[in-house]
Design a protein around this ligand. Structure first.
Ligand SMILES: Cc1ncc(COP(=O)(O)O)c(C=O)c1O
Length: 395
């Protein structure tokens, strides 16, 4: 018999929420926010309404441009405890990590430190820097299952001559949630720039960039932020903004850009906000959609979302733990848990295929089944997973 999925009283009314915002979520267990999350209806409506005005172009108004961007920067800033002038609207995580790699000043001989087995978006830009700028890239060996080795990283940071430490707040293949404050305080005390890839955390784990002493944080919008592809943002700490000169330079990076009567003055003066890192015309319609999604996440509240997804996972975690039906890849210590839960049944591929046949949308990563519920999932979705896993003879 399949074990039953029980959770504590939900902190949010998921059924009402999904009827309103995620009507297709009830169709089958969608447990894949770590890859792509669905768009809420309010974002779909905002994008469609924008595109209708755009289709005729006559109907576009002044509100569709600057105010659309300003609302998005506000909503993004609020999510991470920053100010809007510390936000650049960049299309994905990689642009933000590349920005960090290109603008943060390093002295010759300094080292860049990452944890080994990071998602490649947080590795290739540093590899390129190492090849071109004469700095060394140190990949600190990870624990089994790719979880960052906190003690080893801290030792590495304290050895001196580190210019940048870059970390995913939540790891893509284990769901390991790093306690950012621990690394950030060491980095700040030692003058090391702390760069965070936040795409697997924002929207499901509360992040406060000031408390965590983050210098640059980059995210794309299409996973836990339930936002359109090609949307995202990068935070640059205020004190750094005016010290850092963009390397990719476009006309919207310049402060005089809104005065269309003087474009040909070519005044080479960057905005004194993080806008200086925005390069050119942006996808306004999708950014309008992102703002709606971020507003929804604010309304539900990052703490509630975290409680909800961990509560959903609890019965599955406990059942796998107690029966040994699968090797658990995710770190189960409360502070290191996240909405990404990874486990390896003896036949992970077979289990994955059986989950697919039962309508469960999840993925295999590094030989483990990865499931990632979000605010639209219910205990029924997890019950389907447990039902499938409890019948290995049917895989
Ligand atoms: C940790 C992490 N960083 C970055 C990305 C994606 O990067 P980008 O937003 O540049 O496509 C992913 C997943 O696709 C990821 O898991």
């Amino acid at each position: 018999m399949a074990p039953s999925a029980q959770t504590a009283a939900p902190a949010l009314d998921v059924r009402a929420l999904r009827e309103r915002e995620f009507p297709t979520a009830a169709r089958a267990p969608y447990l894949n926010a770590a890859a792509v999350a669905p768009l809420p209806q309010r974002a779909v409506r905002a994008i469609e309404a924008f595109n209708r005005r755009r289709a005729s172009a006559h109907d576009l108004t002044g509100d569709d441009f600057e105010p659309t961007l300003a609302r998005a920067r506000d909503a993004a800033a609020r999510l991470i405890g920053a100010d809007a002038d510390e936000i650049a609207l960049l299309p994905n995580t990689s642009h933000g990590i590349n920005l960090a790699a290109h603008v943060l000043p390093l002295r010759p001989g300094q080292r860049v430190v990452v944890s080994d087995r990071e998602f490649p978006a947080n590795v290739y830009p540093w590899m390129q820097l190492a090849r071109n700028a004469g700095v060394a890239l140190v990949r600190v060996p990870a624990h089994e299952f790719g979880r960052p080795d906190e003690a080893r990283i801290l030792t590495e940071l304290e050895r001196g001559d580190v210019g940048i430490f870059a970390l995913s707040a939540v790891q893509f293949a284990s769901g390991y949630n790093a306690v950012l404050e621990r690394f950030g305080s060491v980095c700040r005390a030692r003058g090391i720039f702390f760069v965070v890839d936040a795409i697997q955390s924002l929207g499901q784990v509360p992040v406060d960039v000031r408390a965590a002493h983050v210098d640059i944080l980059a995210t794309g919008g299409h996973k836990w932020l339930c936002s359109p592809f090609g949307t995202g943002f990068t935070y640059v700490r205020r004190e750094l903004v005016t010290q850092l000169e963009p390397r990719v330079v476009g006309w919207t990076a310049m402060a005089g850009t809104l005065d269309y009567s003087r474009l040909l003055d070519y005044r080479y003066e960057f905005w004194d906000t993080a806008r200086r890192f925005e390069v050119a015309t942006l996808p306004f319609q999708d950014i309008a959609g992102m703002t709606e999604s971020l507003t929804l996440l604010h309304e539900v509240g990052p703490d509630n979302i975290r409680r909800h997804v961990l509560g959903l996972l609890d019965p599955l975690v406990e059942w796998l733990h107690s029966t040994g039906a699968a090797e658990i890849v995710s770190d189960l210590r409360p502070e290191h848990r996240s909405g990404i839960f990874c486990f390896r049944p003896p036949d992970a591929e077979g289990a994955f295929r059986a989950l697919g046949r039962a309508g469960v949308n999840c993925v295999l990563r590094e030989g483990a089944v990865r499931i990632s519920p979000h605010l639209y999932n219910t205990e029924d979705d997890i019950a389907v997973v447990m039902e499938v896993l409890s019948r290995p003879e049917s895989w």
